[in-house]
Design a protein around this ligand. Sequence first.
Ligand SMILES: [Zn+2]
Length: 139
Amino acid sequence: MSDVLTQEQRKLNMSHIRAKNTGPEVKLRKLLFAKGFRGYRIHFDLLGKPDIVFTKKKIAIFIDGCFWHKCPVCFQEPETRKEFWMKKIQSNIDRDKKVNEQLKSEGWTIIRIWEHDVRKKPDDAIKKITETLEKTSKK
Ligand SMILES: [Zn+2]
């Protein structure tokens, strides 16, 4: 898909990532639902705007965009306006850290999944979530 987009279109797409139901978020949700995990909320008002939240178990799931959060596997530095984008990306990374710390201190369990894992290895992503859900239920 990304191959047919121009760089401008791609930028536009990425700028909307947190704002609406994106591909990977919907995909993950459908898989969780199919597995019988239905006690989650979306668009739940929590620090950092997690994509999926299990409120009773206090589990917040973030799907991190590979560009926006500088994925070690697929991140590539932008060719244009490099300084601008890198600054933005660094501030996302800093915010992620703060969000993690704050939520953890409030008793939340945080799961961060790379967007590429949802696309390429959804079963692994689901496994990571279900294992955490099962661990949490034993508490
Ligand atoms: Zn990635």
